[in-house]
Design a protein around this ligand. Structure first.
Ligand code: SAH
Ligand code: ZN
Ligand code: ZN
Ligand code: ZN
Ligand code: ZN
Length: 486
C-alpha cells in the first residue's frame, strides 16, 4: 500500500481511535492535525500519532507525526513552507475582490488590468447574481441614434416570456432583447423544468462578457451583419434548426429611430435562414415573430409584412420616465407587439383590463370599443376612439372634424398652416421634409396615392420627422409638449 512508501510505518486505520484535537498539535495544509492511537479490544495500544484532520486518504494529505517524535528545525521549516505553498493562491477576501467591473469602461477586469483602471470608478465583489443580470450591471446605452437601450419592465418581460412559453415555444431568437434573453437564461439555470433556450443577437458587444458564443452573437440588425463571420452565422443557423421539435420564435425590439425597411430586410433574411433549415413543412410558412414597435408604425410594418397584425398589449419599460407603471397609475405606452401568429392566440392579461372581442377575434384594451360602422375595435392608443361619419373612420377622441381641412384633426390646429403649399411640390397637407415626391425609396414600394395620404396623416399627427421618432417618443420634454397638443 501507499503507506509503506510515504515515511514511517503507519498503524492500520481500522483499529484507530480518535483522541481528538490536542493543544499544540502540528499543522498540515488543512490546519492542526488530530491525535490518533491504535486500539485493540477497546484498549490503547502503541504510540499515539498525529494525522490530517480532513483527509481520510493518504493520497490527499500524507501528514504523519508521532506524538512524542522530535522534529528537526529543518523539517519544521520545510513543513511550514510546504503548508504555505499548499494554501489557496488567494484569500477569500481577495477572491471576492478579484471580481471587479469597471463602470467607466463597462468591462469586467482581470487583476492585471486593475492598474490601468485605477482612476476609474469600479465595482468590486461582483456577485454571481450580478453576472447573471448584465442588463442591471451595464448602464443602458442611450445614444438615441444608434443603440438606444430601453429595457422591458419586469411585468412586460414576464408577460412576453409566459406568452411564448404558453404558446409552446422552446427557443427564442432574441434580436435586440437582452433583458428577455437574460430572464430566460437565469430561469433556465435556476429551474430544472424550465427548458427554454435563447440566443441573443445584439450590437452591444458588452454582452459578450457574460455569455458564451452559443448564447450571444454580435449582430447588426440594420444590415444583417454577423460580426463573428461564418462561425456566428452557423451558430444562428443551428439555433434555428428546431431540433427535438423545439419550436422557435423570434422576438425583436429594435431602436424606434431605425429605418423600418432596413429592419424588415434583415428580418426577412433571418426568416429565410429559418425556412432553409432542414425542417419539413417550413416551405411556405413564416418563422413566428414578435416585433415590438410603436403603434404608429403599423402601416409601415404591414407594408413589409402583410401577414402581421398589431396587438393591443402596451409594452412597458423601466428606463422611460414616461412609459412605465408609475405611482400616478398607468401611463399609456405607445409600444405594441406585431406578430404573424393568429391574433386570437395572443392572450392578454384580463387583470390589466384587456378583454376578448369575439367579432375581431383578438384581445383588445379596456378602452378599445368595437365600432359597429368600422366593424372593428379601432383604437390604436388604448383610448376610446370615436367614429366620424364624414371621414368614414374612427379617430382619436381629441380630434374633431374641420370643414376647412375636410378631415378630422386637432382642435387647436391652424387651417392655414396645413393649407400653405409644400415648398417643393406646392401641394397642401405636408411640409417640404415630408414631401412624397422627394422620398423615392418609399414611393417605390407603395402606391403613390396611398403614400401621400399617409404622409398627410402623419403631418397632421405632428410626427412627420420619422428619423427623430425615437427621440420624440422617449425624450420627456418633447412628449410633454406633444401631449399638450393632443
Ligand atoms: N426592451 C429590450 C431592449 C430594447 S432596446 C429589452 O429589455 O431586452 C434596443 C436593443 O437593440 C438594445 O439592446 C440595443 O443594443 C440593440 N440594438 C440597437 N441597435 C442595434 C443594431 N443595429 N443591431 C442590433 N441590435 C441593436
Ligand atoms: Zn372588435
Ligand atoms: Zn368607426
Ligand atoms: Zn372627420
Ligand atoms: Zn410637396
Amino acid at each position: 500500500m501507499a503507506a509503506a512508501a510515504a515515511g514511517p510505518e503507519r498503524p492500520r486505520p481500522s483499529a484507530l481511535a480518535l483522541l481528538g484535537p490536542a493543544p499544540g498539535a502540528p499543522c498540515c495544509p488543512h490546519g492542526p492535525a488530530l491525535l490518533f492511537v491504535k486500539t485493540s479490544q477497546g484498549k490503547e495500544e502503541g504510540r499515539r500519532f498525529y494525522a490530517c484532520s480532513a483527509c481520510r486518504d493518504r493520497k490527499d494529505c500524507n501528514f504523519f507525526q508521532w506524538e512524542d517524535e522530535k522534529v528537526s528545525e529543518t523539517r519544521l521549516a520545510a513543513r511550514e513552507e510546504y503548508n504555505r505553498n499548499h494554501q489557496p493562491a488567494f484569500t477569500h477576501r481577495q477572491n471576492v475582490d478579484r471580481r471587479r467591473f469597471c463602470q467607466e469602461c463597462q468591462q469586467l477586469l482581470l487583476p492585471a488590468e486593475w492598474e490601468k483602471h485605477s482612476d476609474h470608478q469600479f465595482l468590486c465583489d461582483i456577485t454571481t447574481a450580478q453576472l447573471k443580470s448584465p442588463s442591471q450591471l451595464l448602464y443602458p446605452l442611450e445614444n438615441k441614434k444608434t443603440n438606444a437601450q430601453y429595457l422591458f419592465a419586469d411585468r412586460s418581460c414576464q408577460f412576453l416570456l409566459n406568452l411564448l412559453t404558453d404558446l409552446g415555444f422552446r427557443r427564442v431568437l432574441s434580436v435586440g432583447t437582452p433583458r428577455l434573453h437574460e430572464m430566460i437564461q437565469s430561469k433556465a439555470s435556476q429551474e430544472e423544468e424550465f427548458n427554454v433556450r435563447s440566443l441573443l443577437l445584439d450590437i452591444d458587444f458588452r454582452y459578450s462578457q457574460f455569455y458564451r458564443e452559443d448564447e450571444f452573437c454580435h449582430y447588426n440588425m440594420f444590415n444583417h451583419h454577423f460580426f463573428g463571420g461564418e462561425a456566428a452565422l452557423e451558430t444562428c443557423r443551428k439555433f434555428l434548426c428546431e431540433e427535438n421539435g423545439e419550436r422557435v420564435i423570434m422576438v425583436t425590439d429594435p431602436p424606434f429611430g431605425g429605418l423600418v425597411e432596413a429592419l424588415a430586410s434583415s428580418f426577412k433574411k433571418l426568416m429565410a435562414m429559418w425556412r432553409e433549415t432542414e425542417n419539413e413543412g417550413h416551405d411556405n410558412k413564416e418563422m413566428p415573430m414578435f416585433w415590438i414597435f410603436p403603434y404608429f408604425f403599423e402601416s409601415r410594418i404591414l407594408d413589409f409584412f402583410p401577414s402581421f397584425s398589431m396587438m393591443d398589449y402596451q409594452v412597458d419599460y423601466v428606463n422611460h420616465a414616461l412609459y412605465k407603471h408609475g405611482k400616478t397609475g398607468r401611463r399609456q405606452s405607445p409600444v405594441r407587439i406585431f406578430t404573424n401568429l393568429t391574433p386570437s392566440m395572443i392572450v392578454l392579461p384580463e387583470e390589466e383590463g384587456y378583454r376578448f372581442c369575439t367579432v375581431c377575434q383578438r384581445y383588445v384594451s379596456s378602452g378599445n370599443h368595437h365600432c359597429e360602422i368600422c366593424n372593428s375595435c379601432t383604437s390604436k392608443d388604448g383610448r376610446r376612439w370615436k367614429h366620424c361619419v364624414l371621414c368614414k373612420k374612427c379617430v382619436k377622441p381629441s380630434w374633431f372634424h374641420c370643414n376647412n381641412c375636410n378631415c378630422c384633426t386637432l382642435q387647436k390646429h391652424s387651417c392655414e398652416k396645413t393649407n400653405v403649399g409644400c415648398f417643393v411640390c406646392g401641394k397642401a397637407g405636408h411640409k417640404r421634409s415630408a414631401c412624397p415626391s422627394l422620398s423615392h425609396a418609399r414611393a417605390a414600394c407603395q402606391p403613390d396615392k396611398k403614400k401621400r395620404q399617409k404622409t398627410q396623416e402623419r403631418v397632421k399627427m405632428g410626427i412627420c420627422k420619422r428619423l427623430a421618432l425615437k427621440h420624440a417618443i422617449f425624450s420627456k420634454r418633447k412628449v410633454k409638449n406633444k401631449k399638450k397638443k393632443t
